[in-house]
Design a binder for this molecule. Structure first.
Ligand code: MGD
Ligand code: MGD
Ligand code: MO
Length: 768
């Protein structure tokens, strides 16, 4: 009988489970399996695993809470489980008694692993709720600006993602498909929680074969591959809003807009168009105006607007474009252009917000609430927008704005992180590092000695997916997977669940956290709980024992083609949107009423803080994009063979245009230093003509590896782009992450390269 495991990268078949050498294989029915997940078995057994509970030495020597400024500098002491659990319980008890639960930060952002029960985020939130609550985070790094913006204008990002027009419909009906930021199939190797069938490569190929014409507007052309030639319009990073406004200008001045659709389905067009025409600010948003900002020839902007209006067309945008300063604007401008084209709700027309950003978008599967661990109720009201963590730690008590609310940063004494890697994911890591040394306690559950684990006070060793039983499920995917244990736990690793249960016990909350169930009993319970919901959605799930024995359940083949917002188009009254006007809001009274100077009531061009069109480019003349890595998920398994196979002298590659390299005396394969005022890192040069001059691309994921943890802005040795990125909010509306707004310079590294220590465990000492 075949056994299975599920991951963010796909389902894998397991041979020789429970033997000394099990094997993972690609899932047979998947037409385009991802190799990323094949590396997880070796990576799980690597020397960089956290093997035993470990405590930072100052804590044991001088009492808990001692010398927070030595995080990342002190060595660790490995201790018995009971010692570490007691210490964690003491720290939590003390902070709760003295300061209350609102001084615990448990946002704990991160993707952790697949599996509905052992989902680290749910576990840590449930645990902290059992203790009386914690400061949480809102939104995500992925979609900080869009998650806040889009519900004001049309629908939530979750609703939009679940209803994108399906690939088959695009192939049949679309004639012109214009992407801003490509349709990166490398990103569609993953879906949060699981991938059943990888569809994006095939979806694009089917469209190209059906004769769809593709135009990619992007600083980088490697993010679109349809198997056929396509047009690439290189654009200056972070300037897309200007191009979209100029398309709007052309559509309006040439009478190509759909006045009927704008009147029946949209609101506020009349408040937007005077801005486009320059009546409000004296600056008409003509293609000539946009050409100077975007470097795209005015004639091409004008002709593209005409082409979009002439045939059945889609405009789509990658999530990365909103991960930038004023990241709300390109999404708002794209939606506005789609409204003017009037094809929303027609088969093969309208807009997309993230085709390719993950696999799930454009999938068709029956939807029901799958197995989910309840997180309980959080008694603490305070929260931060997820990417404002450094601000919170630096400026307790200070006010900030967010989506119409005037909030204050809480005063944090204890951080608990499980399932995320802030020293991978956050911007301006040098600034984070000094802020991170302010709270009294940092507790981390981790599988590996990541930089976050290396900067904690207590580190608990955690099992990987392969070491536990679970259920694999993700809303946009067609399978439910019995994820049975493949190998025994490594070292003394325990499940997050067990760790939290044991700390809860010391605080008199075990029963509240576990409800008296073991992990095995929970897995069965979560499955049983969703049987009814599935039945109502027409999905006849077998009983748990049958499911567990078979290993997988396929709920697909109801492949009904789907058209986004078709109901709304057909009857905008019966299917009114959940916006204040019930229509698509080209102008939002609500956003306007917030009075933010950096996000007014309609799509608007604002100059980003750093871009190639601004004065700072004189000093740092290269725009650094830090996209998602093609060969891993964020920082996960960066130490594994698949990720390692792509490094240059052990460092992450940075891609640059051959002309930029030549101007700096850099050859392919050279070690280079990427730097700006915030920091510097080493990377390996890779040359590509698919990247515009003036732009470099350093993908995320290399484990942060400072050459000295006790030096400010020390050289990062491994190629982590967040040693350089800017950490400000996208705007007062969303406070979203702006990772893609970053100028740098690159030079050839001369002399001996400092040895890499990213994958070396910390120093351990023994205390008598
Ligand atoms: N410069 C730049 N930075 C970015 C982005 C960008 O575009 N540019 N993108 C951002 C985006 S969109 C995202 S989503 C974030 C991603 O950032 P993260 O989600 O923080 O990145 P991951 O590497 O997935 O971190 C997951 C961590 O959880 C651990 N883990 C896995 N399973 C378990 C488990 O069962 N239990 C416990 N306790 N731990 C576990 C893994 O070992 C790993 O260290 O990065 C953001 N950062
Ligand atoms: N293999 C793999 N896949 C992943 C992930 C991963 O870590 N690895 N992470 C997943 C996660 S958490 C997320 S949120 C999604 C993110 O999905 P996205 O945000 O869509 O992905 P990115 O790779 O950051 O960017 C996509 C493309 O946008 C282009 N781009 C960047 N800035 C600009 C700009 O200003 N203008 C234009 N026109 N184009 C621009 C870049 O050239 C890049 O190729 O990916 C998911 N998929
Ligand atoms: Mo993300």
């Amino acid at each position: 009988m075949t056994r299975y495991t599920a991951s963010h990268w796909g389902i894998y078949e397991v041979e020789r489970a429970d033997t000394a050498d099990p094997v993972l294989k690609a899932f047979g029915p998947d037409p385009d399996p991802s190799p990323i997940g094949l590396a997880q078995l070796d990576a799980s057994r690597a020397p960089i695993r956290v093997r035993r509970p470990a405590v930072r030495s100052s804590w044991l020597e001088h009492g808990w809470g001692a010398h927070p400024e030595r995080r990342g500098i002190d060595p660790y002491v490995e201790v018995p489980w009971a010692t570490a659990l007691d210490l964690a319980a003491t720290a939590l008890k003390d902070v709760i008694e003295r300061r209350g639960n609102s001084s615990i930060f448990g946002g704990s952002y991160g993707w952790s692993s697949a599996g509905r029960f052992h989902h680290a985020q749910s576990q840590v939130h449930r645990f902290l709720n059992a203790l009386g609550g914690y400061v949480r985070h809102a939104d995500s790094y992925s979609l900080g600006a869009a998650r806040v913006l889009m519900p004001h204008l049309v629908a939530t990002m979750d609703q939009l993602m679940a209803t994108h027009t399906s690939w088959g419909v695009l192939a049949e009906h679309t004639r012109l498909f214009v992407s801003f930021g490509g349709v990166p199939a490398k990103n569609a190797q993953i879906s949060q929680g699981m991938v059943g069938h990888h569809n994006v490569n095939q979806g694009l190929r089917d469209m190209a074969e059906a004769g769809v014409r593709f135009v990619n507007v992007s600083p980088v052309d490697s993010d679109l591959d349809t198997g056929a030639p396509h047009e690439w319009i290189p654009i200056r990073p972070n300037s897309d809003t200007a191009m979209l406004l100029a398309i709007a200008h052309t559509l309006y001045t040439e009478g190509l807009h759909d006045a009927q659709f704008l009147a029946t389905h949209c609101s506020g067009f009349e408040k937007f168009i005077p801005y486009v025409l320059g009546e409000t600010d004296g600056l008409a948003k003509t293609p000539e105006w946009a050409a100077a900002l975007t470097t795209v020839p005015a004639e091409r902007i004008r002709s593209l607007a005409r082409e979009l209006a002439a045939v059945r067309s889609v405009v789509t945008i990658s999530w990365s474009l909103q991960r930038s300063h004023h990241g709300e604007q390109p999404f708002w401008a794209l939606l506005t252009v789609a409204c003017m084209l009037g094809q929303i709700g027609l088969p093969g027309g309208g807009f997309g917000v993230g085709y390719g950003s993950t696999n799930g978008i454009g999938n068709v599967v029956p939807r029901f609430g799958g197995p989910t661990l309840s997180q309980g109720t959080n008694a603490v009201r305070e929260f931060i927008p997820v990417a404002r963590i450094t601000d919170m730690l630096e400026r307790p008590g200070e006010p900030f704005n967010y989506n119409g609310q005037a909030l204050h940063y809480p005063d944090i004494e204890l951080i608990y992180w499980a399932g995320g890697n802030p020293f991978h994911h956050h911007q301006d890591l040098n600034r984070l590092l000094s802020a991170w040394r302010r709270p009294r306690s940092v507790i981390v559950n981790e599988q590996f000695w990541t930089p976050t684990a290396k900067a904690a006070d207590i580190v608990f060793p955690v099992t990987t997916t392969l070491e536990r039983d679970d259920i694999g499920y993700a809303a946009p995917e067609r399978y439910l997977v019995a994820m049975r244990r493949v190998i025994a736990p490594i070292g003394e690793a325990r499940d997050d669940f067990e760790i939290f249960a044991d700390i809860a016990e010391r605080l008199g909350k075990r029963e509240e956290f576990t409800e008296g169930r073991t992990a095995q009993e929970w897995v069965r319970h979560l499955y049983d709980e969703c049987l009814d919901r599935a039945r109502k959605a027409g999905v006849p799930l077998p009983d748990f024992d049958a499911f567990w024995a078979t290993g997988i359940f396929d709920m697909a083949p109801v492949d009904q083609p789907h058209v986004m917002l078709a109901d709304f188009r057909a009857d905008p009254v019966a299917h009114r949107l959940k916006t204040p006007t019930g229509k698509i809001e080209i102008y939002s009274e609500q956003i306007a009423s917030f009075g933010y100077a950096d996000c007014i009531g309609h799509a608007h061009w604002y100059e980003p803080q750093e871009w190639l069109g601004g004065t700072r480019a004189a000093r740092y003349p290269l725009h650094m994009l830090s996209d998602q890595p093609f060969n891993k998920l964020h920082s996960q398994f960066d130490h594994g063979s698949y990720s390692q196979g792509n490094k240059i002298d052990g460092r992450e590659p940075v891609s640059m245009n051959p002309a930029d390299a030549a101007a700096r005396g850099i050859a392919a394969g050279d070690l280079v230093r990427v730097y700006n005022d915030r920091g510097s890192c080493l990377a390996g040069a890779r040359l590509s003509s698919l990247i515009s001059p003036g732009v470099v691309k350093l993908s995320t994921g290399a484990w942060f590896d400072p050459s000295a943890w006790n030096e400010e802005r020390a050289l990062e040795k491994h190629g982590n782009p967040n040693a350089l990125t800017l950490d400000i909010g996208a705007s007062e509306l969303s406070q979203g992450c702006v990772a893609q707004t970053c100028l740098v310079e690159v030079e050839r590294h001369v002399g001996e390269a400092p040895p890499l220590t990213a994958f070396t465990p910390p120093r351990f000492v023994r205390l008598d």
